[in-house]
Design a protein around this ligand. Structure first.
Ligand code: 1PZ
Length: 206
C-alpha cells in the first residue's frame, strides 16, 4: 500500500487536503493541528521534482518553510496557538517566524490550486500559460523584480503537460479527478489560514 501511495503523489496530496478540509469546514472551524497542515503541505513538494531544475530554488524555499512548521508542531499543537505565540512575541512578520512561513506556504498551496484550475481549462500540451497565470495571481505581487524575471525564464523550461502527468503516474482522466478533488478541498483550507490573519488584523499583504 505504501508503494502505491508513493507511485501516485496526486492521490496523497488530494487525500491529505480532504482531511484538512473537514476541520476547516467545521462550524466553528478548527482548531487545525500544525502537524496535519504541515504534513499535507509537505506532500505538495513532490510537484517541484516534476517541474525540473529551474524550480529547484522555489523547492528549497518551500521545503525549508514546511520543515519549520513540522519542527514547530513538536511544541505547538494548533495553528491558532502558533499565531498567538508569534503575536505575544511580536514576531508575526519577522523573517523565519512560524506565522510568516505559514503565510508563504499557504501561497504555495493557493498557487497549486490555481495551477490545477488553469490546467483543467487550458487546451493543448503546454503548462506555461497555466503556470504563468497562477504565479501572476499568487506570488508575483509579493516578489521583487529579480525573482519575477527568474520565474518568467523558468516558465520556458517547464515540462509539457503529458510529461508532468507521466511523472505523476496519471493519465488525463485520473489526474483530472484528483486535481478537481484538490481544488475543492484546498479552498476551505486556504480560507481557514487566511482567517487566522484577518480575524486578528494581521494583514496578509506582506
Ligand atoms: C508549473 C508551476 C511553476 C511553479 C512556479 C513556482 C514559482 C515560485 C518561485 C518562487 C521562487 C522563490 C524564491 C524565494 C522567495 C522568498 O523570498 C519568499 C519570501 O520568503 P521569506 O522572506 O518569508 O523567507 N518566499 C516565498 O514567496 C515562498 C515561495 C514558495 C514557492 C512555492 C510555490 C509552490 C508552487 C508549486 C507548483 C508546483
Amino acid at each position: 500500500m505504501g508503494s502505491s501511495e508513493a507511485d501516485k503523489p496526486l492521490r496523497r496530496i488530494a487525500a491529505s487536503f480532504e482531511e484538512l478540509a473537514v476541520v476547516a469546514k467545521q462550524q466553528p472551524p478548527g482548531p487545525m493541528e500544525v502537524v496535519s497542515f504541515a504534513r499535507a503541505c509537505s506532500h505538495v513538494s513532490v510537484l517541484f521534482g516534476c517541474l525540473g531544475f529551474a524550480f529547484k530554488f522555489a523547492e528549497m524555499d518551500y521545503v525549508a518553510k514546511v520543515d519549520d512548521l513540522l519542527e514547530a508542531s513538536k511544541s505547538i499543537s494548533t495553528l491558532p496557538d502558533m499565531v498567538e505565540l508569534d503575536i505575544q512575541k511580536s514576531t508575526v512578520r519577522q523573517a523565519g517566524s512560524h506565522t510568516r512561513n505559514m503565510l508563504r506556504v499557504k501561497r504555495g498551496i493557493d498557487m497549486v490550486k490555481i495551477l490545477f484550475e488553469q490546467i483543467l481549462v487550458t487546451e493543448g500540451n503546454s503548462l506555461r500559460d497555466a503556470a504563468s497565470k497562477a504565479y501572476a495571481q499568487v506570488f508575483a505581487p509579493h516578489h521583487g523584480w529579480a525573482i519575477r524575471k527568474a520565474v518568467a525564464a523558468g516558465m520556458y523550461v517547464l515540462p509539457s503537460k503529458s510529461q508532468l502527468l507521466k511523472k505523476l503516474n496519471e493519465d488525463e482522466n485520473t489526474a483530472k479527478v484528483k486535481m478537481q478533488n484538490f481544488i475543492r478541498s484546498s479552498g476551505p483550507v486556504i480560507l481557514y489560514v487566511e482567517d487566522l490573519f484577518t480575524t486578528r488584523n494581521l494583514g496578509m499583504d506582506w
